[in-house]
Ligand binder design. Structure first.
Ligand SMILES: *[C@@H]1O[C@H](CO)[C@@H](O)[C@H](O)[C@H]1NC(C)=O
Ligand SMILES: *[C@@H]1O[C@H](CO)[C@@H](O)[C@H](O)[C@H]1NC(C)=O
Ligand SMILES: *[C@@H]1O[C@H](CO)[C@@H](O)[C@H](O)[C@H]1NC(C)=O
Ligand SMILES: *[C@@H]1O[C@H](CO)[C@@H](O)[C@H](O)[C@H]1NC(C)=O
Ligand SMILES: *[C@@H]1O[C@H](CO)[C@@H](O)[C@H](O)[C@H]1NC(C)=O
Ligand SMILES: *[C@@H]1O[C@H](CO)[C@@H](O)[C@H](O)[C@H]1NC(C)=O
Ligand SMILES: *[C@@H]1O[C@H](CO)[C@@H](O)[C@H](O)[C@H]1NC(C)=O
Ligand SMILES: *[C@@H]1O[C@H](CO)[C@@H](O)[C@H](O)[C@H]1NC(C)=O
Ligand SMILES: [Zn+2]
Length: 910
């Protein structure tokens, strides 16, 4: 005993006082804390000279004594002669400098120790070229539509680890400091930073240059600091209704000024909405929204200077305009939720990136629904995220959303759609589990407790736990953190199986991880699964606070409900799909559910998100042979009466992916089945030829778009004729205005039914038009043509163009062609034979998406092998190929094990 004490004592003296004992080699040491930066940056931005030079003075507190200063710096030329370290009394000389390339460390070794609890000031001078890589302080440009003159601009993108490319700094989210920014630039330009300008003065030597001081910026992580020097135009100055009456300005290149700008319309409203929702004022007085011609991401939530990617504006995206507009709205809503989740309360380290991305995505959806409830976008996005999540997360290699990351490339690798989606669904799960009161109480106390500070996920769990206990929505001995860790610290999700004993009324639960294309039960992971029991005689799908938790590690549990459901009513778990798990029931319960869906008015009160999920679950269970397709198709029959987009979209998207895996005869059968399935729905919609620009309410566009495109794709009833009429009347310049949201459907059928002259017609139109969104609609339609000779001519023209918007058109057309029957195989060959060019022109993410679509259409192992052979040596395809080959394997397994069951089920129903 005493020996142990002695040992401990030794440890205490020699190990714990040293900050280096806990120093992870990829993190900055804890010995020094940056308190404040004075940053001065002079930007040169004429046609021959694009660079910046600057200085930074960092006020530092020595938390421990140390003889070196380590901070981050990358791609900067530092003038070592002008580097200095001083305290109030003295100057400390630097004896040597050490750098670490992997982690971008820059270490100054000092002649003597910095003393604990004393303040110091580090001054460094640096310069670099404005780069082209959309990170750090980078350059971008636009061409004036009239003068054809190229205008240059400079803007920052610091998230996640690029501030160090703009100035030497302690570039980790937990080192929050205040910032005084001073920008120098030529008077031709406007300088922006997170805060308003305090004062400007002429540059000491450069003619027509100014130095402008900006007001101090509140305590922040480096990744949220931003500045820009540009000559863009301000579309509007708006005052918001927030506590500080935040002033918004909206900068963009002149040609965009007359377009609909979604961020301009909704940002002030969003900010005010969140202020009220979170009951915490937004602390700044102004926000500049800057639309940048080139941007690494879709947008960035910088303090006071939110940036948007011009290439992702609705008019520059895909062909589905309303969908793009909705996406842009959700991006804007996401960026403004970040002002609280990320900016005010920041994760300690990038492992917990989801702590800012999940809530921002989820609260973004809530905000859109609150501000424009008639558009019902939030639930549509949640439905799509659920579909995506259940599909993607069934791979054995998906990582946890909260996972260790060390170097800059791993950190960047955290920014995946998966982290955003699962993070958002996790927040939603908490909302539904705790209920309105407890959830928002917990969220507000979390935000105020950690205001301007840093957190890890445990801090969120604890705030919510306290609120939950206070509101009595969890048992006293329940640990929310233990439960929630099981969702964020491991990948995947469970399949919960419920077996009812109809005599005793007892319920037996089992959970296993769900895998697609892998043996179920081959994995021992488990979750804390919240269970609510909705019964047919009391179908209250708002009851999302759980009655019971399936525990982890216990994997089988028995339960007797207080009110035993009678043996002729169904039970549904997981109302509103609040938590992210699949459910399997015994066959009798499935049949009871089906009976309600097929016969009851209002589908027995079953919530539409559950209706979609029931279809998804049963089709997924059939694809892993837990059920037969026969029972899944029995459930599909209920769609005949379904008039909500969610369930339809879920089911049809799943079936559409199976079609290409069937041989020709079987594919024909599926087509006939799809025609039968879609017919009643199609008939319930107005005739396509009668659609004009104004007669579809915005909220109905997504469903109408879905119905017409699926119906025409499967040649349901008169859909293609209607499309032709619509196209022709539009082409003749009749008064009938062809609404842009339905142009793609119309042109697509027009091309598919037509011949050379129709192709020439649309292709000519494509070449003539200068309107980006029109061009994309036409490009995507051209993929519907049947004549490959014609189509190839288009592909060659667009792929080899130097204009990025044109090569993007090639990608759009290829994707359409791969999703239809006629040109799949020559288009596939085209991709393979032009792989090198594609690899040069497109990003990894785009290539992955392309290959996944391509592989989704390959029927034989030989084709897959051929694909591998052709792409294996092209470096840019490496990651895409790996994912594609995996999908190919899963598909082959389905063909071998399930396709005959699938076809039998279809044939029975023709
Ligand atoms: C500033 O604008 C004037 C007039 O447009 C132009 O002639 C000059 O080259 C510009 N200077 C710089 C540094 O951009
Ligand atoms: C660009 O700026 C540099 C100095 O900043 C100057 O030497 C050069 O003449 C300028 N070029 C033009 C075209 O204005
Ligand atoms: C910096 O000083 C600490 C002692 O304070 C020492 O442990 C550490 O190794 C030094 N770091 C470098 C990179 O020399
Ligand atoms: C304008 O920006 C694009 C994209 O970054 C770049 O490829 C091009 O070279 C730039 N043009 C000029 C004149 O700098
Ligand atoms: C930052 O700027 C403010 C306003 O100009 C000034 O009062 C303050 O002293 C500056 N902070 C430092 C540390 O220089
Ligand atoms: C494209 O423009 C040319 C010349 O302006 C015109 O002759 C031709 O009819 C146009 N083609 C289409 C399809 O609009
Ligand atoms: C395809 O288009 C080419 C070029 O327009 C034409 O010569 C050929 O006859 C067409 N093929 C078919 C099958 O229509
Ligand atoms: C799925 O898992 C396999 C290995 O099991 C892996 O090679 C592949 O990249 C994963 N696919 C995706 C889309 O993550
Ligand atoms: Zn984000």
């Amino acid at each position: 005993m005493s020996q142990l004490n002695k040992y401990l004592l030794v440890l205490l003296i020699f190990v714990i006082p040293s900050t280096w004992a806990t120093y992870d080699h990829y993190r900055l040491p804890n010995a020094l804390e940056p308190l404040h930066y004075n940053l001065r940056v002079l930007t040169h931005l004429n046609s021959t000279d694009q660079r910046f030079e600057g200085s930074v003075k960092v006020d530092i507190l020595a938390r421990e004594s140390t003889k070196n200063i380590t901070l981050h710096s990358a791609n900067l030329k530092i003038d070592e002669d002008r580097t200095s370290v001083r305290s109030d009394q003295e100057i400390i000389s630097v004896t040597s400098i050490e750098t670490n390339e992997v982690y971008n460390f820059y270490t100054l070794h000092l002649s003597r120790e910095l003393e604990k609890s004393k303040n110091y000031q580090l001054e460094m001078h640096f310069e670099a070229r404005l780069n082209d890589s959309q990170s750090g302080y980078y350059k971008s440009n636009y061409t004036d539509a009239i003068t054809k003159e190229v205008h240059h601009l400079a803007v920052t993108q610091f998230s996640p680890t690029f501030a160090r490319q703009a100035f030497p700094c302690f570039d980790e989210p937990s080192w929050k400091s205040t910032f005084n920014v001073t920008l120098g630039y030529h008077k031709n330009y406007t300088g922006l930073s997170g805060t308003p300008i305090l004062a400007c003065q002429d540059h000491e030597s450069l003619e027509n240059y100014v130095w402008c001081d900006h007001e101090p910026l509140l305590r922040t992580s480096t990744y949220l600091v931003a500045y820009a020097v540009h000559d863009l135009k301000n579309a509007a100055t708006q005052e918001s209704t927030t506590h500080n009456r935040v002033i918004f300005r909206n900068w963009m290149q002149p040609k965009l000024l007359d377009q609909e700008i979604i961020s301009l319309e909704i940002a002030p409203k969003l900010l005010a909405f969140y202020e009220n929702l979170f009951q915490m004022d937004f602390p700044l007085v102004k926000i500049d929204q800057l639309t940048v011609p080139t941007h690494r991401f879709t947008a960035m939530e910088n303090w006071g200077l939110v940036t948007y990617n011009e290439e992702r504006l609705p008019q520059n995206m895909g062909y589905n305009l309303q969908q793009q507009k909705d996406r842009t709205s959700s991006t804007v809503a996401h960026e403004y939720a970040h002002q609280w989740f990320g900016n005010l309360v920041t994760m300690k380290w990038w492992n917990d990136l989801w702590l800012k991305e999940g809530p921002s995505t989820y609260f973004g959806y809530l905000a859109l629904d609150a501000l424009q409830p008639e558009l019902t976008r939030g639930e549509r996005f949640i439905d799509m995220d659920l579909a995506n999540f259940f599909d993607k997360d069934s791979n054995g290699t998906v990582p946890a959303i909260s996972k260790d990351v060390k170097d800059p490339s791993e950190i960047l690798g955290q920014f995946t759609e998966y982290v955003y989606q699962k993070g958002s669904l996790t927040m939603r799960m908490l909302h539904k589990l705790l209920g309105e009161e407890a959830f928002f109480q917990g969220i507000r106390s979390y935000l105020s407790r950690y205001y301007l500070r840093n957190v890890d996920q445990g801090d969120l769990w604890n705030s919510l736990q306290e609120a939950a206990l206070e509101n009595e929505v969890i048992p006293l001995d329940f640990s929310l953190s233990m439960a929630m860790d099981s969702w964020t610290l491991q990948g995947g999700y469970p399949l919960v199986t419920l077996n009812r004993n109809y005599e005793t009324g007892s319920l037996t639960f089992k959970q296993t991880r769900f895998f697609k294309g892998q043996e179920i039960g081959s994995d021992s992971s488990c979750w804390w699964v919240p269970l609510s029991f909705i019964r047919q005689n009391l179908p209250d799908f708002d009851q999302t606070i759980p009655k019971f938790w399936l525990e982890c590690p216990l994997s089988t549990q028995n339960l007797q409900l207080l009110e035993t459901p009678s043996s002729d009513e169904w039970i549904i778990l997981n109302p509103q799909v609040s938590a992210i798990f699949r459910v399997n029931y015994d066959e009798k319960n499935w049949r009871l559910i089906m009976k309600s869906l097929l016969n009851d008015p209002n589908f027995g009160g079953i919530h539409r998100l559950n209706r979609a999920q029931l279809l998804d679950d049963l089709l997924a269970l059939a694809a892993v042979q837990i059920h037969t397709y026969d029972i899944a198709f029995d459930l599909l029959r209920y769609l005949e009466r379904e008039r909500e987009l969610g369930p339809w979209q879920r089911a049809v998207n799943i079936l559409n992916k199976l079609g290409p895996l069937l041989d020709d005869e079987d594919a024909k059968q599926l087509k006939i089945y799809m025609q039968k399935l879609l017919l009643p729905l199609y008939k319930s919609f107005p005739k396509l030829s009668g659609i004009t620009g104004s007669n579809t309410a915005i909220k109905d566009i997504p469903f109408a778009h879905f119905v017409y495109s699926q119906a025409c794709r499967y040649h349901v009833d008169d859909c293609t004729d209607q499309a032709k009429i619509l196209t022709i009347s539009h082409r003749n310049g009749d008064n009938l205005e062809l609404p842009s949201n339905f142009q793609q459907v119309a042109y697509c059928s027009f091309l598919e039914q037509g011949g050379d002259s129709e192709f020439e017609n649309v292709y000519g139109h494509f070449q003539n038009t200068t309107n980006e969104s029109q061009r994309r609609i036409l490009a995507s339609s051209l993929g519907c043509s049947r004549n490959y000779t014609n189509f190839e001519q288009f592909l060659n023209f667009t792929l080899h163009s130097d204009e990025k918007p044109l090569s993007d058109c090639c990608m759009l057309a290829v994707k359409t062609a791969l999703s239809r029957d006629h040109l799949v195989s020559p288009t596939g060959n085209y991709i393979l034979s032009h792989a090198k060019t594609l690899g040069e022109k497109f990003k990894k993410k785009e290539l992955t998406e392309l290959l996944l679509i391509l592989v989704g259409n390959l029927r034989s192992a030989e084709e897959l092998e051929q694909l591998k052979e052709q792409l294996k040596d092209i470096k840019t395809f490496e990651e895409a190929l790996q994912k594609a080959l995996y999908l190919g394997k899963v598909n082959q397994k389905w063909q071998k094990d399930c396709s005959s069951d699938f076809i039998r089920a279809i044939e029975k129903r023709l």
